[in-house]
Design a protein around this ligand. Sequence first.
Ligand code: KIV
Ligand code: ZN
Length: 522
Amino acid sequence: MSVKIIEDNVVKIFDTTLRDGEQSPGASMNVEEKVIIARQLEKLGVDVIEGGFAVSSEGDFAAVKSISKEVKRPTVVSLARTQEGDIKRALQAVEQAKHPGIHIFIATSDIHMKHKLRMSRNEVLDAAVWAVGYAKKHIDYIEFSAEDASRSDWDFLVQVFSEVVRAGAITLNVPDTTGYAIPAEFGSLLRYLVDHTEGGKQVIWSAHCHNDLGLATANSLAAVANGARQVECTINGIGERAGNTSLEEVVMALKTRKNLFGVDTNIVSEQIYPSSRLVSQVTGIPIPINKPIVGDNAFAHEAGIHQDGVLKQKLTYEIMTPESVGITGNRLVMGKHSGRHAFGERLKELGFNLNKVDLNRAFLRFKELADKKKEVYDEDIEAIVAEEILRLPGRPDRYELLYLNVNSSSNAIPSATVRMRVDGQECVDHSTGDGVVDACYKVIAKITGSRCHLVRYSVKAITGGADAQGEVSCLLEDAGLRVSGQGAHTDIIMASALAYMNALNKLEYRKHYRQMVAKEGP
Ligand code: KIV
Ligand code: ZN
């Protein structure tokens, strides 16, 4: 394969975990959760953070606004259609950012124009030029996307891109919206656009791929090989349907094969694994064990021949080191004699800057865990933070678990008794179920009067050993709202109850937030 080495040798990383990533089923995040992730993205070194689609909801608007105030180095953008209302809202959301930007899009494929937009080519062209020109009066950083570019007519794309460059766009994005493209074809499309668009050599070309055929990373790399100098991606590849291009895969492919691509990114690769864990904790979407770069098995050598080779010389079967992506092994951080200060410092190193109240809460949980477990690892601490701190920022929990007792044997019906606090009042009840987790969830639903539906439930051991903590993640749905809950405990039934309670509390927060916004605005 011959790759043309282009003069500009830095590929910008545009992270859309908080916009396209959040569109993955069950990944919705509240404002505080998005801000926590945005802080980590800044630490990771991404160049652009797409915080949301400001006009789409009050929550998205508030998230983009908060992220704009919070991060300093990356450009913060909001998505917008080619409509005045969208553009105004997006501009408002990013106005306090140190580096504000807007991302305007409209579909250019005949299929989308005919069936979705019901617009002619000329109408789409006019809308795109008008929107970019309008935004340019207020902001310099404008990215324009031709949605469904990979199924659009190439010469129409050239026409649209040439006109929006004239109107002021500085980044041109080529989305493979439906994950339809094949690498050689997508690479040729990029090359054609760079060569034929008027002003095309003065702008940054960007690739935005979806993974429906499992080709998002390959297509993004083909785009880079053909002139793209920005890749749009998400942590862990989360996103609509089969997801978006996975940040960690593209970054590590460019780094590992620098001999071929000749480009760098601004990513601090050692922050990849902490970012991946954080996104998984917050969204409740588990990382598949065989996921490249960040999956549990990504650096595990099982076959005897492989183990023998790696022991003799790592290069035999390892193309990159776990340390280079921030996997340091299960690091023993501290035990039950560790103090609050050391605990706070470790949290900072892990990317969590907590206020005093949250730090105290997390420290108490850590002490409890250290009493039960001989060794406490980074992952255990992350789980505590996810559960304790990412729950209801600034508000006390409505529900609190006080006591749980379950019974199960091969010839009895599983049952559970739960005592919990609801709005400060103690309540107790009992139920049977198909299993102890089911029984336990039934009692909690009975006590809280919740009618929500359990969409997903998963359990995983956080660290190795018989005393490992179990990490449970569940996804609940209630009246169109979906929230994930996390719980970690050395006993997985307790972890299950804590996860359920965490999700119920988040649901309360969401409902409260909706009411507040309806009354006062975001
Ligand atoms: O997939 C897509 O086309 C998008 C655009 C809005 C860039 O997400
Ligand atoms: Zn997309």
